[in-house]
Structures are given as C-alpha cells and as structure tokens.
Write a protein that binds this ligand. Sequence first.
Ligand code: UD1
Length: 426
Amino acid sequence: MSQVLCIRGGHPLRGAVVAQGSKNATLPIMAAALLLKGGKLRLKRVPNLLDIATMADLLKYLGVCVDFDNHEMSIDVPEEISWETPPSLVRKMRASSLVLGPLLSRCGKAVLPLPGGCAIGSRPIDLHLKGLSKMGASIEVAHGAVTAEARELRGTRIYLDFPSVGATENVLMAAVFAKGETLIENAAREPEIANLAQALREMGADISGEGTGIIRIRGVDALHDAEVEIIPDRIEASTYLLAGVITGGEVTVKGVILEHLDALLAKLEEAGATVARNEGEVKAYVKNKLHSINVKTLPYPGFPTDLQPQMMALLSLASGTSVIREEIFEARFLHVGDLKRMGAAIEVQGNMAIVKGCPELMGCDVKATDLRAGAALILAGLAAKGETRVHALQHIWRGYEQIEEKIASLGASLNLTEMAEEEVKW
Ligand code: UD1
C-alpha cells in the first residue's frame, strides 16, 4: 500500500500562501556547517522536507548534532568529525555530494560514494572534482567512490566549463580555508549560492562577488558560530503561482524575493497572464485564455529547469503551439508521458518539446518520476476534468512542504488515500 493524492480538478485556486524556505539554499548551508571546528550554526526558515532530513542524517552520521524544530535548525559541530560518508545516504540524494568540499577542507580527506545518475540525467560531478584537484587535492575514483585528499588546499583560478550550481558550491566551501586567494570563474549565479556565501561570511569567511560570474575567496584560518536566515524558495513559490493560473484562479504568494521570480513572471506575462507585484508578495491570474510561448531553460537568471515541467503543464492548456527547450538536463521530459495520457499534445524531439495547446486535460492515474515532474502532474490534475490520482508522492515531498494542505487552503478538492499497486489502472 502507498499513499496517493486524489485531486478532483476544475476548481479555480484562490487566496494566499507563504513561501517556504529554499530547499536548495538550505542543503549547501547545512553542508557548510561542517567547516566549523567546535561551533554552532543556527538556521532560520528551514523547510521541513525529506531532503533536509536526509542531509541532517548525513551530518549526524559524520558526528554532528542536529536539532530541528519549527523551521529552526541548530547544527552543533564538534572538533573531530568523520570524513567518510555512507552509500545509503549519498545514493538517496545527490545533494549529499555537497559535503565533499567542506570535509576535504577541514579533515584533509573525504570519501564519497559516487552519487550516480538519476531520473533527470546522468549528473556527473566531474566539475566538482576538477575544481578541487586544481586546488591541490589528489582525487581517486575507484570501486564506486571518490577519495579526495589534501594536506593543504591552495587558492587558485578555477574556470568552470559550465556554471554548475553544485560545483560552484563545493569549490566555494573548499576554498574557505585554502591558502591565498581562489577565484571561481564562470561561477553559477543562483540566489541559493549567494545565500551560501552570505552564510559563510556570517561564519567569518572572506568572500565577495557571489551572484556574479566571478567569486573571490580569500582563505581564513577559522570560522565561528553564526545565525543565518534561509531565502524563500523561488521554485515552490512559482509552483503555487502557476497553480493559480492553470486553474483560472488567482493565487498570491507572500514572503518572496521578487527579483528571484523574474524569469517566470516575464514568461507568464508574455503568455497573457496578469502579474501584480507588491513588496515581498506577488499575485498572478488570467483574464482570457493563455496563449503559446517559447521557453528555454538556462542557468540563473535564465528560466529555471526546475520550473520546466510545471510550465509545460500550463502550456498544454494554452492556445497555439509552444516550444520548450531543455538546456540543463538531458533527460528532463519524464513528465511528458503522463501529461499525454491526460490528453496533452506534446511531441519530444531531442531536448525540445513541442506543446500544442489542447482544450482540456482529463484526470487519470499518474506517477511522479522526480520532484518537479510530480509538481507538474499535480498542476495538471488541478486543471483537469475528473479525478487525477498522483502516485509516488515521496518524490514530491522531497521538495514541497505540506503541498496538499497548501493547495487545499486555496480551494482545491483533494484527499490523500492508501492504494495497493494492483488497484491502479495504468
Ligand atoms: C542544482 C539544484 C537542482 C537544479 C540544478 C540546475 C540543488 C540541491 N539542486 O542541482 O534542483 O535543477 O541545480 O539549476 O541545488 N554537470 C556536469 N558535471 C558536473 C556538474 C554538473 O556535467 O560536475 C551537469 C549536470 O549533469 C547538469 C548540469 O551540469 O546537466 C547542471 O547541473 P548543476 O548546475 O550542477 O545542478 P545541481 O547542482 O546538481
């Protein structure tokens, strides 16, 4: 038996929700706590999610004490911690690889089972390793694990072939104690990286340039206790705005940083939606039917790949033909099959999806293959006729806190139920 979300679609969502703290900012900041040698990092506005619990378990395995209650987390790091990470946790969540840089930096050694591919692509960590090796680490990949060693890391210029979010974060954390100055060129500019840099600075690191393509880190000898606030989750916030628009309703999301949503809001306006921006909050709705647009995913400040599936659900119901190009992950179209079973007219050609707007979607049994694909299926279900039953909810709970409660509070008709696999009509 597993839990299934039954959505009776067709109810316009109306009202307001508050954005959760950013999952993708919290994970690297939790990893950064490992740089403390006998110290405490307190975090505010931490979302209560499966991925956060996995990172907490990983830190605890390494010997760290993690307390988490009511969106506040306290991470107490002793003088001595372990440098060896367990395959069971690393394979559960790719972001576990973010502990590599901090462990190497503070322990002089780290062992990380290779995270491997996942549903949306092969996702190697070669850029992380190249950066660490440029700083003087010896890297050995054998028997499915990376062993990185360095008696001392040296500051240097590191040009990333691609502005990878994870590689930028790992190198940034490794550089905090490196001797001299490290420059990360072609660095990722995501707001979550700026939040990480800010957290490290609060802890005593010397970092500048975050949010631009060049980040400069001057090595320091030690870090100290700090308190940091996590930024709002731009992907979660955007998903609720899209839920309002796809159902013909009007959703306000509060507690957001508006400029982090620019790419989505520009595309919503281009498709014919009205967007009302106010201080720290935003509302979106459509007066008439949405029309087709073209979307290309890019590193920040481009359109986020983490919103591509949700945007595809929306454009499935717009008039005209939209073209969506996925430029970040090679296999991020796993939601297409289920959207088509609901009646969407989508053709995939390589990294491009051609979406012909259809008049309506029909509810059926669908299965989340990954976090954002699952969110897209929920959006489609909210707009579809009849009942949509979303399976494999564990993917969605990795990144959306209380998503059922939040959309129910906006007027969605839904319930969670237990279902045996043999009852499902695939
Ligand atoms: C992070 C986000 C994820 C988001 C992604 C892109 C977290 C925890 N996750 O993932 O939600 O979808 O950014 O915005 O923050 N690549 C390589 N070699 C590397 C590293 C990456 O080839 O060493 C490739 C990946 O396979 C992928 C692309 O670069 O095709 C982008 O990956 P990256 O920016 O590193 O994403 P993540 O940090 O894994």
